[in-house]
Design a protein around this ligand. Sequence first.
Ligand SMILES: *Cc1c(COP(=O)(O)O)cnc(C)c1O
Length: 236
Amino acid sequence: MTDLENRWAEINRRLDAACARVGREPGTVQVMAVSKTRLPDEIRDVAALGVETFGENKVQEARAKIPLCPGRLHWHLIGHLQSNKAREAVQLFEMIHAVDSLRLLEILDRAAGEEGRQLSVCLEVNVSGERSKFGMAPEAVLETLRGAERLFKVKVVGLMTIPPVSEDPEEARPFFRALRELRDRMQDQTGIPLPELSMGMSQDFEVAIEEGATWIRVGTLLFGPRPRKEPHGLDS
Ligand SMILES: *Cc1c(COP(=O)(O)O)cnc(C)c1O
């Protein structure tokens, strides 16, 4: 086995074990390969393992890279999106994980209509209240969901969060749990199905799975250490 094959096997072993601990079916957890800063050749190698969904955090980088990658892949945007890039984001991505305002949802809906596309999104929630973070306050989610019911092309399918940076994955647990509980309350109050919970990265994906993650976003653990350092907050 190559190093990459070994890393992928290890991720799956840990994913299965985390599911087993809480009685979940491994098929209910999807792995997104976070390919920011990675070259098309590296992406091709990961795709050859059978990984189909890749996450990018910058529109410009994705625009340059996606045409050089295998055509059958699914691309998700996981970084903060500026409204002036909404149109391009709609052209490039099937799903956007970090939408943090009703205004951006409306802009995306218009862009999707013009492009003849449908778009799934998760609302990014700043559960920790850290000031350095993007994401909406938990209290803003209800009104945003109600506003989003009027949109035709954009569908809110769940919630996403990034917990505070920590060495100890257990420290992320309360934030993952809070996101799931918020999701449950929002479903009850609005009747809008919110099946997706996008939470957990290389560092803490097992805890996220135990707390209900349906999308884990794994970069370093799959591709190896990133060559360049990421800016603080990860999703800039
Ligand atoms: C970079 C990034 C990840 C992946 O981080 P790793 O620690 O490399 O797994 C996940 N989610 C977001 C939003 C990111 O920006």
